[in-house]
Design a protein around this ligand. Structure first.
Ligand code: NAD
Length: 696
């Protein structure tokens, strides 16, 4: 079936791109479009050509799935196609609705005239994938909208409504009506009045301040781009549109595109883009699984997590019943929610009226489960303790209507056990938010053994509605993220024992790109949480706890930022970590008590041990089916743990380093005297490394 339609209206051939969902310009569409153009050129009834898309999309741009495949360069390449339209002897008018981005906008800029609906979304977003527009976009856009606007659009990738670009040479007409009808009328006029076939390539970029502006842009963009090479490459390409002939500019643009395509940063960003799409595909969950409607939500516990979780639903306009044990805890929780909203209002992100509208959606209640009777979803965020969870789920089972979804925000506990406290385990799952829950994008959706497909599908759809990146995890201690971070934390503890200090370890990992090293993160989250978990695990295993330095800190009342000291000390009201001789003393005592002579630890070793510990546990999580794919694990670390996007997540990083290299390092660590057995490379990792394969 062709991805384009062809019909002649009056004297105008109308070529319509119709390749759902967004007219991605892949090899098939390019060929169909070229065929349609040739047909129009040969059609004696057609004196002009209108090229258009659907109402939803003129075109969203290149077909990202084709990147790196032979199809990407199959003829006709997009540049060839654009040139064919631009050089058409019959006038070509583009009629634009919906999204017109990337290659789609580049194609439209090959037309002689353009008509857009005022709300069409115009962008060259390639920079967001670590690239630049590679089909003349950096050369034609400045010629159409001027240097400054073009540069801003290309460096930011931001979407601009067509109405805002009215009056530039990008659009001959911006309309609130039907752009196709307007384009046909314009085509008719061009033919009857013998108007010129305007080509953007023939325009000169006129800007008397060009050099000064470009220098300003280089300085600013260079400072803001961080590790990413693409933004500065965008500036240089746009600069060529001023200083070089069109064809030379296009050649330089192409060179930069090819270089960026091969850069690890772009590879990582494209991986993340694909990973977010893949995460929604779930085994044994057929597309079109019916969803349950979520019109009213209950949240139990108004502490750190319950408050943030509540805000997600208020923001989406969904009313929430918020339950606490005691009035003062409830008041405190509500006050925090209000303060967060008022802070947003102060920054101009919300109006005072919106703050009140959101607060009006929350119905507080103390110990009364009655209002949960007609809730469609209840999320429990009480203390991390199985007995407390049991009480809560037994009560929920008694009051909630049939079909209500019952969720726990537990960080580690067994969802199947929690489900067993109810007579409806198929309606139970984990919804594991990350702190602060109103800010962090990650949501681990924990699928219990009995969770029904429609409950899972509903949770995934709801996640989209509250703008979360949802990843499905199986049941195990800590699910994906916290199970891996436990190994990472243990690696960091091992480095402390060996001779490093918290500030060195944090420094090395922050230089690697993590938002925060493990000790700063511990101080922020509260060291008491891990302490309680270690005590629980020791008790469950029936063995005495072997104290580590963190336990000594907790015994001394140092729980982190909230007590003014943890691994670091903090000055009142400030969050800057200050290295503390007292911590060093505790570490020295610990080493002495365990007969350890400290050695020098390199930054490289710190990164290897901590990151490979994540990778190795990630491999186990994969082989046990706790995560469905390596890219899901990457999403968890990117969105929940501050892993740098330009490295694409721990699993992609391992692929980039080369799995055999990761295996060699792990074997070295495992062979050390007294090494923890978890350093043994996971079977899946060994298997992939030996087969010359990668995780992704
Ligand atoms: P918190 O101590 O800040 O809040 C818990 C709240 O629950 C308290 O306000 C308490 O009064 C209330 N509560 C306790 N028992 C209750 C009951 N029976 N009925 C009603 N209210 C009750 O704890 P938190 O950090 O918000 O953690 C809550 C849950 O979220 C835990 O399971 C935790 O593991 C999980 N979690 C925490 C984080 C985090 O970073 N803090 C992240 C993800 C998940």
């Amino acid at each position: 079936m062709s991805s384009t339609r062809y019909d002649v209206r009056g004297r105008t051939a109308v070529i319509t791109l119709d390749y759902p969902p967004i007219n991605g310009i892949g090899a098939a569409l390019r060929q169909d479009l070229m065929d349609a153009l040739e047909r129009a050129l040969a059609d004696a009834d057609a004196k002009a050509i209108v090229v258009t898309g659907t109402e939803r999309a003129f075109s969203g741009g290149a077909d990202v799935k084709e990147f790196g495949t032979p199809n990407a360069s199959r003829e006709p390449r997009v540049q060839v196609l654009i040139a064919a339209f631009e050089n058409s002897p019959k006038p070509v008018v583009a009629a634009i609705s919906g999204v017109c981005m990337g290659g789609g906008l580049e194609l439209a800029m090959g037309a002689h005239y353009r008509v857009a609906r005022s709300d069409a979304q115009i962008a060259l977003p390639e920079v967001k994938l670590g690239l630049l527009p590679g089909a003349g976009g950096t050369q034609r856009l400045p010629r159409a909208v001027g240097l400054e606007t073009a540069l801003n659009m290309i460096v930011s990738g931001a979407i601009v409504p067509a109405a805002k670009l009215k009056g530039t040479a990008l659009f001959d007409e911006v309309t609130d009506g039907d752009p196709v009808a307007a384009a046909i009328a314009l085509a008719e006029k061009v033919v009857s009045q013998n108007m010129p076939l305007k080509r953007l390539r023939d325009v000169k970029v006129k800007d008397p301040q060009a050099e000064a502006f470009l220098q300003f842009a280089r300085n600013n963009v260079g400072a803001m781009a961080g590790p990413y090479p693409a933004p500065l490459r965008c500036v240089e390409a746009v600069a060529s549109s001023v200083s070089k002939p069109f064809d030379e500019g296009v050649r330089l643009e192409r060179e930069a595109f090819v270089t960026l395509m091969a850069s690890p940063e772009s590879r990582a960003l494209r991986h993340v883009f694909a990973a977010e799409r893949a995460a929604g595909k779930i085994a044994n969950l057929p597309e079109g699984t019916p969803l349950r409607e979520i019109r009213k939500v209950g949240v139990i516990g108004a502490g750190t997590m319950g408050g943030g979780i509540t805000m997600n639903f208020l923001n989406a306009g969904i009313p929430v019943v918020l339950l606490e044990m005691k009035q003062d805890a409830l008041d405190k929780g509500l006050a925090t929610i209000r303060r967060n909203y008022e802070n947003s209002a102060k920054k101009g992100k919300l109006t005072a009226q919106q703050v009140e509208q959101r607060m009006a959606l929350v119905a507080p209640t103390v110990e009364d489960y009655g209002p949960f009777a007609d809730a469609d979803l209840v999320i429990e965020a009480v203390f991390e303790n199985m007995e407390v969870k049991e009480q809560v789920f037994r009560k929920l089972d008694a009051v909630c209507k049939p079909g209500a979804i019952l969720a726990s925000n537990t960080s580690y506990l067994d969802i199947d056990k929690i489900a067993s406290f109810t007579k409806r385990p198929a309606d139970v799952l984990g919804l594991h938010f990350f702190s602060p829950a109103n800010v962090m994008r990650l949501l681990e959706v924990v699928r219990g053994a009995k969770t029904s497909p429609d409950v899972l599908a509903t949770a995934m759809a709801l996640a989209r509605k509250i703008r979360k990146v949802a990843v499905v995890a199986g049941v195990c201690d800590g699910f994906i993220g916290n199970r891996m971070i436990a190994r990472y934390g243990a690696a960091a503890q091992g480095l402390i024992s060996a001779g490093a200090l918290p500030q060195q370890i944090d420094g090395a990992l922050q230089k690697f790109g993590l938002a925060m090293g493990p000790f700063r993160m511990g101080d922020l989250a509260g060291l008491d949480i891990g302490w309680a978990t270690r005590k629980r695990r020791a008790a469950e295993a029936g063995v005495p706890m072997k104290p580590i330095v963190a336990d000594k800190l907790c015994e001394a009342g140092r729980f982190g930022q909230k007590t003014g000291a943890g691994w670091y000390r903090y000055e009142a009201g400030k969050r800057d970590p200050i290295p503390d001789p007292l911590t060093e003393q505790l570490i020295a005592q610990y080493r002495a008590a365990n007969g350890i002579t400290p050695r020098k630890v390199s930054d490289e070793e710190i990164v290897e041990r901590c990151i490979y510990a994540l990778v190795n546990e990630g491999a186990r999580i994969l082989e046990q089916g706790i995560a469905a794919r390596a890219s899901d694990i990457d999403l968890v670390y990117l969105n929940g743990y501050g892993f740098p996007a330009y490295r694409g997540g721990p699993m992609l990083y391992a692929d980039t380093v080369g799995l055999p290299n990761v295996v060699r390092a792990l074997r070295r660590f495992a062979a050390e005297p007294g090494a923890d057995p978890s350093w043994q490379p996971a079977p899946l990792l060994l298997q992939l490394a030996e087969a010359g394969k990668t995780f992704n």
